[in-house]
Design a binder for this molecule. Structure first.
Ligand SMILES: [Zn+2]
Length: 241
């Protein structure tokens, strides 16, 4: 069985410190390296030679370590593609800030922000957790999860080109049903989630720079979208839901 020497351990620790926001990649590389060493181990170094259970264990650990970044990559790709569609085709990118990103973030107090030059949307760590939680169980969405849904729609409206916050927020409110459906939420749940955002979350913006009294059906900020939350709510009301 191959054993790590102290100097190699120090080198490994240094690599981990350098790459610690990519710690999963570093850990995967480390376990793969242990697996390769084990494969090449013929016992000539007095370590007992190849040992299958050890080899399988390090392979399994490598697989476990590559899973979080793979799953994150899938999540970020999905969010970027939905934001791009919400932004009417203007290309959006999406990134979940790590702890290190948050230290250098230009908007640490905002749960999310958009770099207009690049169309890059960034969510802080908590907002990303809320978004993942929302996608896992949209039918059980609490206000934080609903906030995360509204946040991706809001940031996509910035990518689309709107900069005035009350207008951006109203554009988001009108598109949250569309956003939820694009994210794969079943339609009845998407309708309820979007209505909850308009009825429960939006009034809380009153008194902040994100609210407008003109954000209502028939008022100045109504974009008359055919899948607007107001259309959805009127349909549900007519159907007696
Ligand atoms: Zn904004």
């Amino acid at each position: 069985m191959a054993v790590l020497k102290p100097r190699q351990g120090v080198a490994l620790a240094a690599v981990l410190v350098l790459l610690y926001w990519n710690i999963w990649f570093a850990a995967t590389a480390f376990f793969l390296w242990l697996a390769v060493r084990e494969l090449r181990s013929d016992g000539s170094r007095g370590d007992g030679g190849f040992y299958l259970p050890y080899f399988l264990s390090v392979i399994a650990l490598a697989g476990a370590c590559i899973w979080p970044p793979l799953s994150n990559w899938r999540f970020e790709s999905k969010m970027a593609s939905v934001a791009t569609r919400l932004a009417d085709g203007r290309r959006a990118q999406f990134h979940c800030n790590t702890v290190v990103d948050m230290i250098f973030s230009p908007a640490q107090l905002n749960p999310g922000y958009t770099r207009l030059e690049t169309g890059e949307i960034r969510f802080q760590k908590n907002a990303c957790s809320d978004m993942r939680r929302y996608l896992r169980a949209p039918q059980e969405a609490d206000l934080n999860a609903l906030n995360a849904l509204n946040l991706i729609t809001h940031e996509a409206m910035h990518v689309r080109g709107e900069m005035r916050e009350p207008v951006t927020e109203c554009q988001a409110v009108q598109r949250n049903y569309r956003a939820a459906v694009l994210l794969g939420v079943p339609e009845p749940t998407a309708r309820r989630n979007a209505a909850d955002i308009y009825l429960k979350l939006y009034p809380r913006r009153n008194g902040t720079g994100y609210f407008s009294v003109d954000c209502a059906p028939g008022k100045a900020l109504d974009e008359h979208l055919n899948d607007s939350i107001w259309v959805v709510m009127a349909e549900d009301q007519a159907a007696g839901k």
